[in-house]
Design a protein around this ligand. Structure first.
Ligand code: B1M
Length: 237
């Protein structure tokens, strides 16, 4: 790890560069993160590998020191902004164009929660896999979810929560859908670091998605099942 701010990123080996990017993310150096991202791509790295090995892993390290009281909110915000700068370069590469639409999803972070990096990654990966995605942003009360479902008529509702204090709000949303008699019209997928499968089942979601790649796989699985049932229904008249 090099502390020198003027380190020449081009001169580093791939492993050194990835390690340096973890440091730069930690230090909230957005320009360096953009440069490192570009260099790895120029060296033939797959966008998904740059995302997971350099950026997501860097944020994991930031999270440990945030938890332990070594980093504070302003510093972590700078790390988050640097991560977003790198994601901005990867986004068009992960989002293929012209692919037939696989389905439509609306997704938002729940009320009381302003974490959006994970949600944004899910959006990037879903768009890359050919889904149309409507981003509801952060801090969404139940009314926003219901309005978005009505307006956009998606196949999938996605919810994200990063705090143990906000994740129970997902049940408020699912309960409201049940109450309105629309729960079975949608596939409900949930995600966020503190969740797990048991929790997803307990709030009445269809599935928990551990990461963005699994969100894509899960969405495809449920869309295929849905289309299969529709075809079966049509066949039986
Ligand atoms: Co916050 N924060 N934070 N934070 N923050 C965590 C979550 C925390 C674990 C840190 C820690 O203590 N180690 C902790 C939560 C503890 C808990 O509840 N158990 C925490 C805390 C306590 C807080 C505050 C309360 C701190 C304070 O103010 N004292 C505060 C709360 C603000 C609020 O929301 N009301 C707060 C604030 C912030 C910042 C604003 C500084 C910043 C957010 C910036 C932003 O998002 N724009 C921030 C950050 C960056 C983090 C950490 C460090 C990183 C989160 C992240 O972006 N990870 C985080 C520590 C950690 O998680 N290790 C932490 C990278 C991202 C790619 O992963 O979000 O898990 P993740 O998303 C993954 C999967 O979870 C999944 O796919 C994604 C991609 O693979 N996924 C989904 C996520 N959503 C999905 C939805 C789906 C499917 C999959 O739908 C279908």
């Amino acid at each position: 790890m090099q502390e020198d701010e003027d380190v020449d990123l081009e001169s580093l080996s791939d492993d050194e560069l990835v390690e340096q990017m973890h440091d730069d993310l930690y230090d909230g150096l957005a320009e360096e993160i953009e440069q490192g991202t570009r260099i790895l791509l120029e060296r033939g790295w797959q966008p998904y590998d740059v995302l997971t090995k350099a950026l997501v892993e860097g944020m994991r390290i930031v999270g440990i020191d945030f938890r332990d009281g070594i980093l504070f909110v302003p510093e972590v915000l700078m790390s988050a902004n640097s991560m977003k700068a790198g994601m901005g370069i990867l986004k068009p590469l992960l989002a293929e164009t012209g692919a037939p639409k696989m389905g439509k999803m609306v997704i938002g972070t729940v009320k009381g929660d302003i974490h959006d990096i994970g949600k944004n990654l899910v959006i990037m990966m879903m768009e890359g896999a050919g889904f149309e995605v409507i981003d509801m942003g952060i801090n969404n009360p139940v009314e926003n979810y219901l309005a978005a479902l009505e307006e956009h008529q998606p196949d999938i509702l996605g919810m994200s929560a990063l705090l143990t204090t906000t994740m129970p709000y997902m049940k408020v949303v699912v309960d409201a859908m049940v109450e309105k008699g629309i729960r079975s019209d949608y596939i409900v997928l949930v995600g966020g670091a503190p969740l797990n499968e048991e929790f997803a089942a307990s709030v009445g979601a269809d599935a928990y998605c551990r990461d963005a790649a699994i969100a894509v796989e899960t969405a495809k699985f449920f869309m295929a099942r849905r289309q299969g049932s529709a075809e079966a229904l049509a066949a039986t008249g």
